[in-house]
Each structure stands twice: as structure tokens, then as C-alpha cells.
Write a protein that binds this ligand. Sequence first.
Ligand code: AR6
Length: 166
Amino acid sequence: MKIKIEHADITTLHTDAIVNAANSSLLGGGGVDGAIHRAAGNKLLEECRLLNGCETGKAKITKAYLLACKHIIHTVGPIWNGGNKNEAQLLTNCYKNSILLAEKHKLRSIAFPNISTGIYGYPKKQAAIIAVNTVKQQLLNCKYLEEVNFCIFDNENLELYKKLLK
Ligand code: AR6
């Protein structure tokens, strides 16, 4: 089992799955979601239209179309609302349900962006602690998944993850 940090644009990765920090419509948006839809091409949106959206904390899988990875796991992070609206549990569920879905599809590698820490405003340190702890915990029960990449775009998250995974 390997946990790695990648300082990269997630659309360039060759993992079995990349995770998209989507919204509940699953029909695209800004941030990493916009980047993934642009790079994967219009066929992704066509498949997403058939999924009937996704609840916060849940995850759904699609093909990856023009991307180098094989699948996209779309999860919906919580919008930060001060911390008393079940945000921590919902963010935990995003990482947990994405890994469970990867296992169900017998995937060997997955890359996560820093879910909810952009447009959705989740405090980065709190989100990083949840991400690392949840992934470590879930990996204990995985049969197929061998590698988890935290794909990091900004310097603040990079420093946080380097410390947490030291
Ligand atoms: N590769 C990797 N990480 C990225 C990339 C990229 N190409 N682009 C941004 N990030 P955000 P959220 C990082 O805002 O907070 C969308 O409109 C970014 O630096 O993409 O979960 C959706 O449709 C940040 O650390 O997602 C939703 O409406 C992290 O990805 C909403 O934004 C997450 O930032 C979701 O907000």
C-alpha cells in the first residue's frame, strides 16, 4: 500500500481512477471539475446526464474518455458552513465512498484532489487531516487498491500534506 503526494494537474495523471470534486448536479462547474470536463471532452457530460446527480458525501463512477486515467469517480464535497452542519462527516464520506467504489471496480490506483478546499471553502488544514486519516483507515480493508495519490495543486495544501504524511 502506497500513499503518495503528486504536485500536479489531476487531468494529467495515469492512475486507474481520478476523483472529481463535483457538485450535486454532476453536470460540471469550475475548479477541478471544470478542468476534468474540459480535458475529458463532451462525452463525459453525456454520461453524467444519465446519473441523476449525486448526494453530498456519495460517489459515482464514469469512464474517463480523453483522459489518460481509466475512470473518473465523481464525489460531492460539503460546502463549508462554519463546521456545525455535519461537514466533517460528509467530507469523510467522500473519501470513504470513493475508495469503496474503486474497490468494487477492482481498481489498483486512485488520485484525489483536495475535495471542498477550493470554491466550497473548507478550511484546508482540517480537510487535509480528514483526507489522510480516512484514506489510511480505508486502505486497511482494501483488497485491490494499492496506491492512493493526493494530487495537490496549491502550495498551502502541499505543505500541509507533506507534514501530515512525513
Ligand atoms: N488538478 C488538481 N487539483 C485542482 C485542479 C486541477 N486541475 N484545479 C483545482 N484544483 P475546487 P471544491 C484544486 O474549487 O472546493 C466546482 O465548481 C484546488 O486548488 O475545484 O470541492 C464544482 O462543480 C482545490 O485545492 O472544488 C463544485 O460546484 C481543490 O482542487 C465546486 O467547485 C478543490 O477545489 C466544488 O468545490
